[in-house]
Write a protein that binds this ligand. Sequence first.
Ligand code: BTN
Length: 257
Amino acid sequence: MKFKDLHTKYIGTNILHYPVLTSTNDKCKEIYKDVPSGTIIISDIQTNGRGKQSRHWYSPSGGIYLSIIIKPEKNLSKDLNKLPLVTAVALCQTLKSLEINTYIKWPNDIIFENKKLAGILCESKFKGSNLEYIIVGIGININSVLNNSDLTNIFTSLKKEFNKDFDKNYIISILLNNFEKYFTYMIDGKFHKCLKLYKLYCLILNKQVKLIKENSKEIVKVLDINENGSLKVLDSSNLIKDVFSSDVSLRGLIGYI
Ligand code: BTN
């Protein structure tokens, strides 16, 4: 069996694997009506992998590109801002079980040795006030070779760091086990347990960061991560405010992190 270490109740009970797709998130949008909640779409490569803020996600062979389709039974609209954090914790816990210590750049960039190893793109669709679907797209640079220097300034892969190949199906299985665990915490109102772990992995707590909002930039100090997934920051006028990831992107004072 391909995913023999998968021990979930519903996440990944239906796994659809493709050699190539434009984007696993896009495939989910095409087929969500016809598949059960918890279905996973995996592709070996993506020709139009998408990142946050409409950026491109470079998706050569060797990486993990997967999306989870959730068709919520409960109204999860108030939980949507927590989902990127839940997924980031599931990813860090998975890599930690392989003795790979990663960190999170809020809300959900996974960082290893100051470079981006994995990214998460959560998308959802409402029909009226009903949440039709949530799609959690995850890209991890596993055995990918990244040779363009523009890319390697910011991104890294496990192969590049450890000079060996990793078992992608094993990593996917552990990731889905962890995702189901932390997602269940969230829907059962126990997000605080996940947030506690998130804070341990979070790179920016008590640091100064640059918030980029359309045309403006602002330097703030990060005070905390709120229960709803937003950032609590102290701005340059000494005012405390909450910032949501849908409104800003975040940079370090000097570089990307
Ligand atoms: C980011 O950090 O900008 C998010 C990157 C998300 C990439 C993954 S790969 C699988 C899924 N399909 C996509 O087109 N994007 C996500």
